[in-house]
Write a protein of this length. Structure first.
Length: 299
C-alpha cells in the first residue's frame, strides 16, 4: 500500500478505528478493541502502533489526527473543552501529544462545553464538523443518536447550543439490568409496537415510569412477545427524548448523524411528527471532520 499522507483516528471508550488517508480519501481502515476504557495512559501509543505500524515510514513524521475519548481526562492526554458558541472544529486548537516513536505526530481534537445548562461533548464535534464540511449551507438542528444522544443547534457554521439525552444508556440499563430484561427475548423488531410507544410517550411523557412497567406486566399476563417488548422500550425512551427536545426539532431543518438501525428509528419517530430528516453515516462524518482538522478537503 502507498504510504498515507496522514492518519485519521476515531478513538472511543470501547473501540479504536484508524484510517490511512491519501489525496483521494481513505486508502485503508483498521480497528481494534483498545478503547479508552481498557487502556492505561502509557498504553495508548503501543495500542496505536499495533494498528498503524505498517503505514509508517522511517525518517518521516506522519500526522495523526485523533478525536473522541482519547482526549478526555482519562485518555492519552486531555484536550480541554472549547466553549460554545463556536465552530465545531478549530485546527489551531488541536493538542499535540508527546510520543516516544519519532514517526508519529499525534494531535487530539478538543471537545465542546456549554455553561448553561451544563453540557459537554467529545467526539461528536468532529462529526458535526464533518457534516458542515459536506453540507456547507446547513443551518438547523443535528441529532446524533447513541449512548448519549445529542441535539445540536447549528447556525452560520457554529454550534450555538446543544443538549444531551442518556437515551441509549437507559435502554441498555433497562433491557439488560432491570426487571424488564426478562421480556427482552429474541432480537427482532415490531414496527407497530415502536410507533405506538413513541406516540404514547410524546403525548404523556409524565407517565413514562408506569408505561415502562406495563412491558413487564404484559409479558407475564398478556403474551407480549420479545420483539414487541424491545420495540416498545425503544419507542418509549425515544418518545420522551423527542418530547423534551421539541424546541430543537419543531419547525427546524433536521439531520441525523449515525448508523442504522438507530438513526432509522429516530427518522421514523420524527416522521410521525411531520418532521423529515436527512441522514449522514457517522463514519463518513468522522472522516470528513478529521480531514477538516487536518486542513484537508475530503474526497
Amino acid at each position: 500500500m502507498t504510504r498515507p499522507d496522514w492518519i485519521a483516528v476515531d478513538w472511543g471508550t470501547s473501540h479504536l478505528r484508524a484510517y490511512a488517508m491519501g489525496p483521494e480519501g481513505i486508502l485503508a481502515e483498521v480497528t481494534s478493541d483498545d478503547g479508552m476504557g481498557s487502556l492505561a495512559r502509557e498504553a495508548y501509543e503501543p495500542a496505536l502502533l499495533r494498528l498503524v505500524e505498517g503505514w509508517l515510514e522511517d525518517g518521516r513524521r506522519t500526522p495523526v489526527i485523533a478525536c473522541g475519548m482519547v482526549g478526555s481526562r482519562q485518555g492519552w492526554m486531555e484536550a480541554p473543552y472549547r466553549a460554545v458558541p463556536c465552530a465545531p472544529m478549530d485546527p489551531a486548537a488541536l493538542v499535540a501529544v508527546p510520543t516516544r516513536d519519532g514517526r508519529l505526530d499525534v494531535r487530539l481534537v478538543p471537545g465542546l462545553k456549554q455553561a448553561k445548562p451544563a453540557d459537554v461533548m467529545r467526539g461528536e464535534e468532529t462529526q458535526i464538523a464533518g457534516a458542515l464540511t459536506l453540507w456547507p449551507q446547513f443551518d438547523g438542528v443535528l441529532c446524533l443518536p447513541g449512548t448519549h444522544s445529542k441535539w445540536v443547534r447549528v447556525s452560520a457554521g457554529e454550534v450555538v447550543g446543544f443538549q444531551t439525552f442518556m437515551t441509549g444508556e437507559l435502554f441498555a440499563l433497562l433491557s439488560e439490568s432491570s426487571v424488564l430484561r426478562h421480556a427482552m427475548t429474541g432480537g427482532g423488531w415490531d414496527p407497530a409496537a415502536f410507533a405506538e410507544a413513541v406516540s404514547d410517550a410524546l403525548s404523556r411523557p409524565e407517565r413514562i415510569a408506569a408505561r415502562l412497567f406495563t412491558i413487564r406486566a404484559e409479558s407475564l399476563i398478556a403474551g407480549l412477545g420479545g420483539d414487541a417488548a424491545r420495540a416498545r422500550l425503544s419507542g418509549l425512551l425515544i418518545g420522551i427524548e423527542l418530547a423534551a427536545s421539541r424546541p430543537y426539532w419543531l419547525g427546524q431543518e433536521v439531520a441525523l448523524i449515525g448508523a442504522d438501525p438507530l438513526t432509522s428509528a429516530y427518522a421514523e419517530a420524527l416522521a410521525m411528527q411531520g418532521v423529515p430528516a436527512r441522514h449522514l453515516a457517522g463514519s463518513a462524518a468522522v472522516v470528513a471532520g478529521l480531514a477538516a482538522a487536518a486542513g484537508k478537503v475530503p474526497a
